[in-house]
Design a protein around this ligand. Sequence first.
Ligand code: MG
Length: 170
Amino acid sequence: MIKKEVLAAINEQINAESYSAYMYLSMAAYFEEMGLSGFGHWMKIQYQEESAHALKFFNYLTERNGKVALKAIAQVPVDFNGIVDVFEKTLAHENHVTQLIDHLMDVAVAANDHATQSFMKWFVDEQVEEEANVEKILATLKLINGQGNGIFMMDREMSMRVFVDPNAAV
Ligand code: MG
């Protein structure tokens, strides 16, 4: 049986992943408004990924007979100040999520919960990739420096992102 402090922390994380999903969907809407459908597509994939993260925690609790308790999702930002602002907010958010994941791992370690520690390893690795992806996008955006041709080409590249479902059977 899963300990109650681990259960509470995972339920918090389901909320945090759901917030992330909703925030990226809001960013997708912003890009669609700007006519940047490739950037919008990239953010919609990000939305799918975060929803899949929430579901991964959900499925884990179900498997361990822990009660899933969904909470209200906080208001996400709806106004942004350009492409760079969106990705700076994305990076700041992913840095924050990394702290949450580290905290959850700390809770599992303190509770001597080896199963949750093993499960959490996937998320620890995932956060390294999330931060690296966004840092790379920000570096490219700085190189382009708002130049139209560069944004146009990047929008096409962003449109090619493919969703890989981490919950799909392998
Ligand atoms: Mg996530």
